[in-house]
Design a protein around this ligand. Structure first.
Ligand SMILES: *[C@@H]1O[C@H](CO)[C@@H](O)[C@H](O)[C@H]1NC(C)=O
Ligand SMILES: *[C@@H]1O[C@H](CO)[C@@H](O)[C@H](O)[C@H]1NC(C)=O
Length: 487
């Protein structure tokens, strides 16, 4: 088929190759190895379990020598932590920070592949009184690493809780608390940018869902097919609560300056398999869906958010084990993927196996849509999605281009839609009804929408590797109105 503009057919093969290649840059999945329990296996046994499960990254809450020794020569990447209790000393005394780094990092590296030091954990929430010491402590720890020539290999960060945000809904209104924004977050982001490190965020859709189960759809929280939530501020449509939470963080960060180079790592996320009566949603089946769908999405390279479709987001699941000595409601002791006896609490995989055929061990069927959200990018043509689920069972819906992914990705997706995708792109040829406005976004929107309508608006057919999203109001570009049916 003749494509608008240049001789696109000639470069189609190359463009598709680029599309598939970019999808290969998947994020990574790690686990938090918390040890607030009196019945856990010894670290050597735990390391065998990690290896068996194909887990390549682990995050600790301290720098326990037996654990760091057990992880030596395994090539498992490790985040160690300087606990909140030691923050004040590390902030006020560079010599303390240097001694800490010598004893807890340099002594094990490189046999133990320590890649990051988490300085404190959820400091604003759990150790308010040392909030002012946080960035000075991070700075001293980094200086200690530099002094030992470890600063290139080992990054310094500090996991923040979502409660650092004054506003997280809608995502376009994301903002840090006023007492933290200029005083702590801006200097922290400057530090992270200068040192090539990343912002660590602990994000739990479970808390938001559980607190407002009457308002929030469970499918939306669990990455299952759902009608989505439109952010009126940005026009972006959200198909998962985690995306919305992360974009609230991205928005909050952007209000403090241009920190596009600072990646976000989800340092904790998870879903409890059990809870008290009041803890709506805490259940093994939901935990399996949340974690399973999340892992598949991250590993297939589709973890970007509507605001940051290109982001390859790394996540650390919380947690490896159920921890029987954690205080708080029942859920707190039931976030583990494994029981202390190393049996799985529910089925979840940490590597992408032969899952694409839909076979294999028990999958959360609902996750299919999300997995296939990768669409073109995941290498599974959306058209090969048997039993796809309607995104919107009521009302009309249209698919439009996401300008934020840039011209190159839009072009590649446009080429796919009008080429092998089988969209009818006659209307965007020169002289035809929708050639004007002659912009990439307008042409891509037309083609994506035709493809989406043609596929019966099934989930995953309006994604194009993050280059498209669904809207529920008729989009008009110039005189061109996007049809709500295939033409
Ligand atoms: C790791 O491997 C190195 C080199 O083979 C060896 O010298 C070292 O003892 C090993 N470390 C541990 C803790 O097993
Ligand atoms: C912060 O509070 C904790 C617990 O209340 C206390 O143990 C610690 O000494 C305090 N630290 C500073 C620097 O005030």
């Amino acid at each position: 088929m003749a494509l608008p503009g240049r001789h696109r057919a000639l470069i189609l093969a190359a463009a598709l190759a680029v599309l598939f290649l970019s999808a290969a840059e998947a994020g990574t999945v790690g686990v938090n190895y918390g040890r607030v329990a009196n019945n856990l296996p010894n670290p050597a046994v735990v390391v065998q379990l990690l290896k068996q499960q194909g887990i390549t990254q682990v995050k600790l809450y301290d720098a326990e020598p037996t654990v760091l020794r057990a992880l030596a020569n395994t090539s498992i990447k490790v985040v160690v932590a300087l606990p909140n209790e030691q923050l004040a000393a590390a902030a006020s005394r560079p010599s303390y920070a240097l001694a800490w780094v010598r004893r807890n990092v340099a002594a094990y590296y490189p046999a133990t592949q320590i890649q990051c030091i988490a300085v404190g954990n959820e400091v604003f929430a759990s150790a308010k009184n040392v909030t002012a010491q946080l960035v000075p402590a991070m700075t001293n720890v980094h200086a200690a690493l530099a002094r030992l020539n470890l600063d290139k290999a080992v990054k310094v960060s500090s996991p923040i809780a979502l409660t650092a945000l004054a506003s997280s809904y809608p995502p376009s209104a994301g903002a840090f608390r006023e007492d933290l924004a200029q005083a702590v977050m801006k200097p922290m982001l400057d530090f992270l940018a200068q040192t090539g490190s990343y912002l660590m965020v602990n994000a739990y859709p479970f808390f938001a869902y559980s607190g407002s189960a009457d308002l929030i759809s469970l499918d939306y929280a669990l990455f299952r097919p759902n009608a989505g939530v439109l952010d009126p501020g940005s026009g972006l449509k959200y198909l998962s609560l985690l995306d919305a939470q992360l974009d609230a963080v991205f928005t909050a960060v952007s209000k403090l300056g241009n920190y596009n180079a600072v990646h976000v790592v989800v340092s904790e996320t998870g879903w409890p398999s059990k809870g008290d009566n009041k803890e709506t949603g805490a259940a093994a089946v939901n935990a399996a869906a949340y974690n399973g769908n999340l892992v598949r999405r991250v590993l297939s390279g589709n973890a970007g958010t509507p605001r940051r479709p290109d982001a390859d987001i790394d996540v650390y699941l919380f947690a490896l084990f159920n921890e029987n000595q954690k205080p708080g409601p029942t859920s707190e002791r039931n976030y583990g993927v494994f029981y202390p006896n190393q049996q799985k609490v529910y089925d979840v995989e940490f590597v992408l196996g032969g899952n694409s055929a839909g076979g294999g061990s028990s999958k959360d069927n609902g996750g299919l849509g999300w997995q296939d959200n990768g669409g073109v990018g995941s290498g599974n043509a959306p058209s090969s999605t048997p039993g796809g689920v309607k995104a919107t069972s009521t009302g009309e819906a249209w698919c439009v281009a996401n300008a934020m992914v840039g011209q190159e990705r839009l072009q590649a997706a446009l080429d796919f839609a009008c080429g092998p995708g089988g969209a009818n792109c006659k209307a965007i040829q020169p002289g035809a009804a929708c050639f004007e406005p002659n912009t990439m976004v307008a042409h891509a929107s037309y083609a994506f929408n035709d493809y989406y309508q043609r596929k019966g608006r099934t989930i995953g057919t309006c994604d194009f590797a993050g280059a498209a999203y669904v809207v529920n109001q008729a989009p008009k570009m110039g005189k061109c109105e996007l049809p709500s049916t295939a033409v």
